[in-house]
Design a protein around this ligand. Structure first.
Ligand code: AMP
Length: 209
């Protein structure tokens, strides 16, 4: 089961990718998490990536492709995987097609205004990468999963989110047509509750297995 999760930032694809990975027992590969991990470790690649990420720009294709190529070569990907946040450009998609075949590209879609509103309230665990919305935290500032103090990602600030959306529409949205043309695209309405989105995805995956 080789899956891609596509969609604008903040539509919920990371949350869903983690849930689907747990249910099907396949690795959840988030390029954003991997890049933030490299930044936290202070690697040369992380430092180079940070400048792009802080502005809401994409990290250069060759950097991200190298990271994903290495990750997909690991043995836990043999039964399948979920790519979350990759590919984000046509070059990335074309390169990926030369490495593995994709069974489903799942587009979790949401309109721009809902995204800006969601991201303003998003809080992230810097230790385990879990995400929350402030409305559901009841004033708590700690991660329910691991106890670390939650942060607001610098790139979740409203101005940066608007830039990330512009980049999404320009560079990543063409992949919707790319995967539709390949006959593997499934569209899911990301404005539904987390559970409803999950059920829709499981319905799709269950039906085709
Ligand atoms: P995410 O956590 O998926 O929202 O990614 C956060 C940031 O990491 C993005 O805004 C980009 O700067 C960078 N990034 C993640 N994945 C990619 C990718 N496939 N290509 C280029 N940049 C990426």
């Amino acid at each position: 089961m080789n899956l891609i999760f596509l969609g604008p930032p903040g539509a919920g694809k990371g949350t869903q990718a983690a849930m689907v990975a747990a249910k099907y027992g396949i690795p959840h590969i988030s390029t954003g998490d991997m890049l933030r991990g490299a930044i936290a470790q202070g690697t040369e690649m992380g430092l180079a990536a940070k400048a792009y990420m802080d502005k809401g720009e994409l990290v250069p294709d060759e950097v991200v492709i190298g990271v994903v190529r290495d990750r997909l070569a690991q043995s836990d990907c043999a039964k399948g995987f979920i790519l979350d946040g990759f590919p984000r450009t046509v070059v990335q998609a074309e390169t990926l097609a030369g490495i593995v075949s994709i069974d489903h590209a799942i587009l979790v879609d949401l309109d721009d205004e809902s995204i800006v509103a969601r991201m303003a309230g998003r809080r992230t665990c810097p230790a385990c990468q879990a995400t929350y919305h402030i409305d559901s935290l009841g004033g708590s500032q700690t991660c329910a999963k691991c106890g670390a103090t939650l942060i607001q990602r610098t790139d979740d600030a409203p101005e940066t989110v608007r830039n990330r959306l512009a980049v999404y529409h320009q560079k990543t949205q063409p992949l919707v047509d790319y995967y539709e043309g390949a006959g593997v695209l499934a569209r899911i309405d990301g404005s539904q509750t987390i559970d409803a989105v999950f059920q829709a995805i499981c319905g799709l995956l269950g039906a085709v297995r």
